[in-house]
Design a binder for this molecule. Structure first.
Ligand code: ATP
Ligand code: MG
Length: 465
């Protein structure tokens, strides 16, 4: 067959399947009375954007997580649209549109106070590109990883590029139908996560999908199917090749989505956590309770209560045990405590950033949270007021509470800090006046269950702020 013939055959739907996935041409169309999405529960702006695209002669559907969540009766995080309009055409329909992204080019349409993300249908991975210029539109690494992909296709192409069957349902807000090419509805009913096509191939294309599987399984309470689990077992190490900046975005989605503790446990069970936080993984063995899981439990609680959460706290909690272990080693080798802590904190952040990026502004906050610990422990009377004014006091206090929970510092100390924050000025003064200057009494601390920490308590009092 000539190249031309093969090209033609593929355009007609024949030829090699994209990503080893068979493109199904006959979707199941589920009418409004046979599914549970009511138009009222769909974001009004997203409906308007889809309607405007439709009236300009394009197809436009809600797709992905929002359709999945609406069908499950939960509130979607965001409403994404997919269309056959090219980014430039979307821009012509909406004046308030911005094109973003390099890896995947997307349109952000501002509608009222909201921004609706509109993506053009993508072509199958082994679909031919139409011109030489397109070479620049798709880049696949030697390991088969898709680094950039801006080659456009039809709805049928788009569906098989999505990760899981439950994430590949389309909702047409004009006809109010759900369009299912991949039996995603069955998986939703059965509570199972299955990749579209062979999981080995799909995880090779994008190893982050292994993390996404775990995230969705924790969030939705779904099972990851056996083939995808087996593929994860074999391919987990491919996460090494994912750029740290992308891993950072993914880490925030994993741990700031309201199901952090469960996600953490699943990640460890599936052998994936070590590719995110390898130094933390090394410290976790036999440590019960461990500080990261207590921190994540608190994060989930805060999100439920609508309170803010900060990435620095997450990283500070994850890296605390590695940084302490390191500082202790340096001290054992004769460094002063101040020097050892300084080196250990910088090294921990630098080494971790090889795996998951740590933006500079974040590193500063992480170091503040760690550095304030010794001051909170020492309680120098003349510094109390200033400490309480410190921009990071609240985060450092929350961190101290976690350390008290794992019995690394005395509970009474943590309670003292709780009390002084709640006290009026007069009582605060009284509390401070009862502290001995440069108190020695906090130097005796309870030992944690982990024997590696036996000398830690004394050293902690020397961490520089
Ligand atoms: P969430 O509730 O976290 O927003 P989501 O499924 O909407 O979940 P997004 O990251 O918002 O996840 O992605 C939107 C949709 O884009 C997904 O449902 C999926 O169809 C597709 N998608 C996202 N990331 C990938 C990926 N790495 N590989 C394949 N498809 C993806
Ligand atoms: Mg989404």
């Amino acid at each position: 067959m000539t190249n031309e013939q093969s090209k033609k055959q593929k355009k007609q739907g024949g030829g090699a399947p994209a990503s080893g996935v068979n493109k199904s041409k006959t979707p199941q169309i589920i009418p409004p009375d046979a599914h549970s999405i009511s138009l009222d529960s769909v974001n009004e702006s997203a409906v308007q954007v889809a309607a405007k695209l439709a009236s300009a002669g394009f197809e436009a559907y809600l797709v992905g997580g929002c359709v999945r969540d609406l069908l499950l009766g939960t509130q979607p995080k965001d409403f994404d649209l997919a269309t056959d309009a090219r980014p430039e055409e979307i821009k012509q329909v909406f004046r308030s549109c911005r094109l973003i992204g390099r890896r995947f080019r997307l349109a952000h349409v501002r509608f009222g106070r909201e921004i609706i993300e509109v993506a053009t249908f993508r072509a199958g991975l082994d679909d031919d590109m139409e011109s030489e210029a397109d070479e620049d539109d798709r880049r696949v690494s030697a390991a088969g990883q898709v680094m950039r992909d801006n080659v456009y296709g039809s709805k049928e192409d788009d569906v098989v590029r999505r990760d899981f069957r439950v994430n590949a349902l389309y909702y047409d807000p004009v006809n109010q139908t759900v369009i299912d090419y991949v039996n995603g509805m069955d998986d939703l009913r059965n509570g199972v996560l299955r990749t579209i096509g062979d999981p080995m191939e799909r995880f090779r294309e994008d190893p982050v999908r292994m993390l996404r599987a775990v995230r969705f399984s924790a969030k939705l309470g779904f099972k990851i199917d056996a083939k995808a689990q087996a593929a994860t077992g074999e391919l987990a190490s491919l996460l090494h090749h994912v750029p740290p900046a992308r891993m950072y975005d993914e880490v925030l989605k994993l741990f700031h989505g309201g199901h952090a503790l469960e996600t953490f446990n699943h990640l460890r069970e599936h052998g994936l956590f070590r590719y995110l936080f390898p130094f933390t993984e090394q410290c976790l063995d036999g440590l019960v309770p461990n500080l990261p899981s207590l921190a994540l439990r608190n994060t989930d609680r805060r999100i439920k209560e609508g309170k803010p959460v900060i990435p620095a706290f997450l990283f500070a909690s994850m890296l605390w045990d590695p940084v302490r272990t390191d500082a202790e080693k340096l001290i054992d080798h004769g460094q002063t405590a101040a020097r050892a802590w300084e080196t250990a904190t910088s090294d921990a952040i630098r080494d971790q950033a090889q795996h998951v990026a740590i933006p500079r502004r974040l590193a500063i906050v992480i170091k503040d949270i760690w550095g304030l610990q010794s001051k909170l422990e020492q309680r120098p009377p003349r510094m109390i007021a200033r400490l309480m004014q410190h921009e990071r006091f609240r985060a450092a206090y929350d961190f101290l509470m976690l350390r008290a929970e794992v019995e690394e510092v005395e509970r009474k100390l943590a309670e003292w800090w709780t009390e002084i924050q709640e006290a009026d000025a007069e009582r605060q003064q009284r509390m401070i006046s009862t502290l001995a200057p440069r108190s020695q009494k906090n130097r005796r601390r309870r030992r944690r269950k982990n024997p590696a920490e036996k000398n830690h308590a004394n050293r902690m009092s020397k961490i520089p702020v």
